[in-house]
Design a protein around this ligand. Structure first.
Ligand code: HEM
Length: 143
């Protein structure tokens, strides 16, 4: 499933809406991720000793760059951008089985922050997007 399957406009609208509270949003997401899974906490914090400030910024940058590439119809670049991120994760030995939980929690956190501005169309687009992202990241694992 390629990035062409994603409609970037609703994703862009979500990110714009969150812009004023994006720092709070992304730190709430990772806190919820860590409290929902001790294995993910151990991997990111204990084993990799990740600088969370840096990861939070890099994660938000990744999403906005992906939306920009898709809005510019740069599908080949977008596919390569996401599968390269998969290769980065492969080299860090991020277990593939963590991805679905990660995506589910991310979308739930988005929904909570969007409140009444969240629509079924947004939910559908974010779900499709994460299916595409995970599929392409797995390609970066050679899978
Ligand atoms: C759809 C899923 C995911 C996306 C979009 C994503 C995105 C990112 C991005 C953009 C970076 C920064 C890469 C860079 O600096 O070049 C990153 C780093 C990282 N990610 Fe992910 N990630 C995902 C899933 C996961 C999962 C499931 C784990 C582990 C449980 C994980 C662990 C890490 C770690 C340890 C780093 C390195 C942080 C550092 O030392 O700077 N990621 N991720």
């Amino acid at each position: 499933m390629p990035t062409r399957a994603i409609n970037p406009n609703l994703l862009g609208a979500t990110l714009n809406y969150l812009e004023p509270k994006k720092k709070e949003f992304i730190s709430v997401f990772y806190s919820r991720l860590f409290s929902s899974s001790i294995d993910i906490f151990n991997f990111i914090i204990v084993e990799k000793e990740t600088d969370m400030q840096r990861l939070q910024e890099a994660y938000l940058d990744f999403l906005s760059q992906l939306v920009k590439l898709l809005q510019a119809h740069e599908y080949e670049k977008a596919n390569a951008f996401v599968s390269n991120l998969g290769t980065v994760h492969f080299k860090m030995r991020v277990p593939i089985e963590y991805y679905d939980h990660f995506a589910r929690l991310f979308i739930e956190t988005l929904k909570g922050f969007m409140g009444p501005a969240w629509t079924p169309q947004m939910a559908e687009q974010w779900e499709i997007s994460y299916r595409v992202i995970i599929h392409l990241m797995k390609k970066g694992y050679g899978l």
